[in-house]
Ligand binder design. Structure first.
Ligand code: PEP
Ligand code: MN
Length: 334
């Protein structure tokens, strides 16, 4: 059960609500976010919601039996709309493409990517400065200095930055240079990291774990929300399966299901989702047709020379064509 509180609730009303919850045999968790205050109540009993709904200070009350509550679509009328900065929004009918290299490599690469994005009218650049790599001997990113350089160039061009944060200690040092924090597949259930990102007032794009279920992804999102940050974007990036004809199995089903079960925007990552350059565009189109609110994909001036994930990275010509078609598919389905 979720009790949505009035923002200006009096202390007296709050304690009346708390004692009513207790009397009914429920425990409650208090959640305060940048947008509202909630009591998330846990208990087995089925109650008449009106017994609490009529109390002063209650904005709304909802029965949500899912293991995730605040990210569930069951309590919120309509979809969440997340502001990335200025007029740039995602969700609730707002669609965004985020593109850029797997790894930020150098100044020239940053500049040429931004040129490419601007030609295609894209305002959000992706790129990793902290890279989770299967082998410790692979390129692991330029770190905070790379992010500062990227931010200097991107902010002067009006381009927003999405990049992966791998551990709690990086949040603070990255904060001033990031517009969206990305949580990678390998950290999808790093609950300490999720807790801390819940205390940040910037959007978080949360990827599905390599072997994570849809329900696990939603529960991970609940960690962020219940710590105070409602600005969460879910991301389907493929799961590991028995199939070996490609890198990951892009779960297009998950896009539709996440959109149905949650009010949060859902982005698709076809680059990691299939992991093979020549199929990335088709999977992006399928994701948009399934209802994705955005696409995040890897592009590089010369994918063959990319320091990571070149095999699934589009060059600028392929990317421009894909972007054009993605927008056409989107037009057809909305
Ligand atoms: C990435 O976005 O480059 C990345 C490492 O993604 P994932 O966490 O989905 O593997
Ligand atoms: Mn990558």
């Amino acid at each position: 059960m979720i009790i949505h509180l009035e923002n200006n609730i009096s202390e007296e009303s709050e304690s009346t609500i708390k004692s009513s919850i207790e009397t009914l045999g429920f425990t409650h968790n208090e959640v305060t976010t940048q947008y509202g205050r909630y009591f998330v109540c846990i208990g087995k009993k089925s109650i008449d919601l009106r017994s609490i709904g009529h109390l002063s200070g209650v904005k709304d009350i909802h029965k949500v039996s899912d293991p995730y509550k605040l990210v569930s679509g069951k309590w919120k009328v309509g979809k969440s709309e997340i502001t990335i900065g200025g007029d740039l929004k995602i969700g609730n009918g707002n669609f965004q493409i985020m593109a850029g290299p797997c790894s930020i490599e150098n100044e020239d690469q940053i500049k040429s990517t931004i040129d490419h994005l601007k030609k295609s009218n894209i305002s959000i650049m992706r790129g990793g400065v902290y890279k989770p790599r299967s082998s410790p001997y692979s390129f692991r990113g330029l770190g905070i200095e790379g992010l500062k350089l990227w931010h200097d160039i991107a902010s002067a061009e009006g381009i927003k930055i999405i990049t992966e944060v791998m551990q709690v200690s990086q949040i603070k040092e990255m904060y001033d240079y990031v517009d969206i924090f990305q949580v990678g597949a390998r950290n999808s259930q790093n609950f300490n990291l999720l807790d801390e990102l819940g205390k940040v007032d910037k959007p978080v794009l949360l990827k599905r774990g390599i072997s994570g279920t849809i329900e696990e992804l939603l529960q991970s999102a609940e960690y962020i929300f219940s710590n105070g940050n409602e600005d969460i974007i879910l991301c389907e990036r493929g799961i590991r399966s028995f199939e070996s004809a490609y890198r990951n199995t892009m779960d297009i089903n998950a896009i539709t299901i996440l959109k149905d079960r949650s009010h949060l925007p859902v982005v698709a990552d076809p680059s990691h989702g299939i992991g093979v350059r020549k199929y990335v565009d088709s999977i992006a189109f399928a994701s948009v047709a399934a209802g994705a609110d955005g696409i995040i994909m890897e592009v590089h001036s010369c994918p063959q020379k990319a320091l990571s994930d070149g095999q699934q990275t589009l060059d600028y010509r392929q990317s421009a064509e894909a972007i054009d078609k993605i927008l056409k598919v989107r037009e057809v389905i909305v």
